[in-house]
Design a protein around this ligand. Structure first.
Ligand code: NAP
Length: 250
């Protein structure tokens, strides 16, 4: 049986790299996206060219009805999912201190990064857990090294949302361990994707990359490789863990 993996935010960056990697392994990949339909369709085409099967499903992970539709479309086209990558995430607006934070940005960051990931995990658990007649599965939460550093002077609200993700990664892993579902996560460091430009910091990777312990930013593929490991049977005795993919930042 081939793997059926839902990747939230699979249209760009780390999610897209993960989709392509899983496609090359012959998986069925569901490429969720919110706005970037053209990018999602490119990822779908790449996955199919690489030997997998793929489906793009538009939807906002922070909206319950969209999450329900994401899982329903997955079941309709491929069957019960065996994996979920909780990858969709936003940093909010540009660099700021606590005094400069606005409630609209804070609320949106929490809605997408925390509520979105919890909603998707809930729907995955309902389908994968042997407690509900499922056949087991794997959830991978894409957190951030900011959960450990707190991201002072830049994205403290974002870092707090990822701290929440680290916490529910642990709780969910324990709840689901006896029911065939492994729950792990990755904490990327500075990774070269569009996310920095979306926060108005286009030059961040060039400016900060050399200051990383390994002397450079990471690539989306370097994170995808670790996500793929956590999804695979090679990590069958690993649950409740977060792996830093951060070039030595901790
Ligand atoms: P990215 O290049 O900005 O891509 C973000 C992806 O998330 C896009 O596919 C986007 O889809 C999707 N997305 C955003 N909001 C969504 C929503 N409400 N519903 C559904 N999809 C949504 O970001 P990235 O750098 O690959 O980041 C991926 C994950 O890694 C995030 O959780 C991020 O916090 C984490 N991370 C990244 C870094 C880094 O340096 N890049 C570091 C630490 C952690 P659309 O374009 O269609 O809206």
């Amino acid at each position: 049986m081939s793997e059926i993996v839902i990747i939230t935010g699979g249209s760009r960056g780390i999610g897209a790299a993960t989709a392509r990697l899983l496609g090359a392994k012959g998986s069925c990949v569901v490429v969720n996206h919110r706005h970037s339909q053209a990018s999602a369709m490119e990822v779908v085409a790449d996955v199919e060219r690489l030997g997998g099967r793929a489906l793009a499903v538009q939807g906002d992970v922070g909206t319950e009805a969209d999450v329900m539709n994401l899982f329903e479309q997955t079941e309709r086209v491929f069957g019960t999912p065996t994996g979920l990558v909780n990858n969709a995430g936003i940093v909010g607006s540009r660099k700021r201190r606590i005094e400069d934070m606005d409630v609209a940005t804070m609320t949106e960051v929490m809605r997408v990064n925390v509520i979105g990931a919890l909603l998707c995990a809930r729907e995955a658990a309902k389908r994968m857990s042997t407690r509900h007649g499922g056949a087991g599965g794997v959830i991978v939460n894409v957190s951030s090294i900011g959960a450990l550093t707190g991201s002072p002077f830049t994205f403290m609200d974002y870092a707090a949302s990822k701290g929440a993700m680290d916490t529910f990664n642990q709780g969910m892993a324990t709840e689901l361990a006896a029911y065939g579902v492994r729950v792990n996560g990755v904490r990327p460091g500075l990774i070269d994707t569009d996310i920095h430009a979306s926060a108005g910091m286009e030059d961040r990777v060039n400016k900060v990359g050399a200051k990383m312990p390994v002397g450079r930013a990471g690539s989306a593929l370097e994170v995808a490789e670790v996500i793929a490991f956590l999804l695979s049977p090679a990590s069958s005795y690993v649950t409740g863990t977060m792996i830093n993919v951060s070039g030595g930042v901790r």
